[in-house]
Design a protein around this ligand. Structure first.
Ligand SMILES: [Zn+2]
Length: 442
């Protein structure tokens, strides 16, 4: 089994364009690590209001001076050609070349990532430094790209639960020669799946199933959802994983339904695990495939976990970290330790989702705490004493674990610690549906 960093080293420089041979290679490599179903959706397939694009291959591309000096070569870096660029072969004026030569907006030494799936144009990408050096009147440009019928590929790993309902983890595998966006999310998701599969093999069947989806962004989620409409009602919640390797604290973006059960579970569990982490509203931290899951007609409450730098700034969605969408997004900016921390956090969030059910009391009246070994001495631990009773007061079949945490402004873990004890003593049990025990409500 390869480590997350080993997988990144192996796969990052592949030309993982939306529908491409290198994307398929990367997915097949990941499928060697865990049991994975690969879905193929042919080019041209209508997926809701979208159409699956053709496969794009670039065999060769370069800029040369008229006397044959090569200034830029696709063979050196996959970002030198606009993803899905039209082919081109000819002599152009300097002005015409500059109109098709994209540079990074702020860093003069970075090659930007530019994609044009539907605009149908040719284009190349270079550093500002190279662009500034172009002084000749005319250049020769060659882009030998090809559009052919192919298939968009989606990898699916499913860890069955006791229930048919499930939690969705998702990450996108496309983006040529980049790491943090979003190979980092892919390897974290894969490692989480690997650990859940190992736990299941050891007899720990989760309550809800967990589904990991790996796809090209936007079109991949639309393609999957449109072809699995019957499964959508069983998707109770989800978490999109991206940008998890760079050096910044975690940022959790809430779903379109911030009062949903998964939102409450994940937000209160994050508070217990990493109190300094940022929590922001839908479409305020970062934009990605969680949009498709939250969208009309789907409405899966999907949150998003990242390490967006300065997530409180309105610009974070378009500039999440300095190396974003450029040739500087390399293995050097991510670390195995940070990926490992993200795996731990995701497992903790899934644990909270799994246990966030209604707490039904089998007791009436205040529990005889010392008789059940539940007494916390108020003289030595006044806060602990108060909290235990505050939690027990709310075990009435109408509140989930995270609702209690939310109401008391404490973490999921703090509530769960008490609830687990009450379950062990036979005083409460968990239920998927509300079971009010207030006789006035019956
Ligand atoms: Zn991106």
């Amino acid at each position: 089994m390869a480590s997350m960093m080993q997988l990144i080293e192996e796969l990052w420089f592949l030309k993982r364009d939306l529908v491409s041979d290198d994307y398929d290679r990367a997915l097949e490599r990941l499928a060697q690590e865990v049991p994975m179903t690969i879905h193929a959706v042919p080019s041209g397939t209508k997926v809701w209001s979208w159409t699956v694009p053709e496969k794009w291959t670039c065999h060769e591309a370069y800029i040369e001076t008229l006397d044959g000096r090569r200034l830029l070569d696709y063979a050196n870096h996959p970002l030198h050609v606009v993803s899905y660029s039209l082919p081109f072969d000819g002599e152009v004026t300097r002005e015409e070349l500059l109109a098709h030569l994209h540079v990074h907006p702020t860093n003069p030494d970075a090659i930007p990532y530019v994609f044009k799936y539907y605009q149908r144009d040719w284009g190349l990408c270079a550093t500002q430094t190279l662009r500034d050096s172009l002084a000749d009147a005319r250049y020769r440009v060659v882009i030998r790209s090809e559009f052919t019928p192919g298939a968009l590929k989606i990898g699916e790993v499913y860890i069955p639960g006791q229930r048919p309902e499930n939690f969705v983890l998702a990450a996108h595998l496309d983006h040529p020669a980049m790491v943090n966006d979003d190979l980092s999310g892919v390897v974290v998701g894969l490692e989480v799946a690997r650990r859940l599969l190992a736990a299941a093999a050891g007899g720990e069947t989760p309550y809800y199933g967990v589904r990991l989806l790996i796809f090209p962004e936007t079109q991949g989620s639309i393609a999957y959802l449109s072809q699995h409409e019957d499964e959508i009602p069983n998707m109770l919640g989800g978490l999109f994983l991206e940008m998890l390797g760079n050096d910044a604290p975690h940022a959790l973006q809430q779903s379109f339904q911030p009062l949903s059960a998964p939102d409450r579970a994940l937000v209160t569990a994050l508070a217990g695990h990493e109190p300094a982490a940022h929590v922001g509203g839908f479409r305020t931290v970062i934009d990605n495939d969680e949009r498709q899951f939250n969208a009309p007609g789907v409405r899966v409450p999907m949150l998003s976990l990242s390490r967006v730098v300065n997530p409180h700034l309105p610009t974070s969605r378009f500039a999440p970290y300095p190396e974003y969408h450029s040739s500087l997004d390399t293995p050097a900016i991510v670390s195995q330790a940070r990926l490992e921390q993200s795996v731990e956090l995701v497992l903790e969030l899934i644990h909270a989702f799994q246990h966030n059910r209604y707490v039904v009391n089998h007791f009436k009246g205040e529990v005889f705490a010392s008789g059940y070994g539940l007494w916390v001495d108020y003289k030595s631990d006044a806060a602990g004493h108060k909290r235990r009773f505050e939690i027990m007061d709310r075990c009435d079949g109408t509140r989930r674990v995270a609702d209690i945490a939310d109401e008391l402004h404490i973490s999921f873990q703090d509530v769960w610690q008490v609830i687990a004890l009450l379950i062990e003593k036979g005083l409460v049990s968990l239920s998927d549906t509300p079971q009010p025990t207030d006789p006035h409500l019956r």
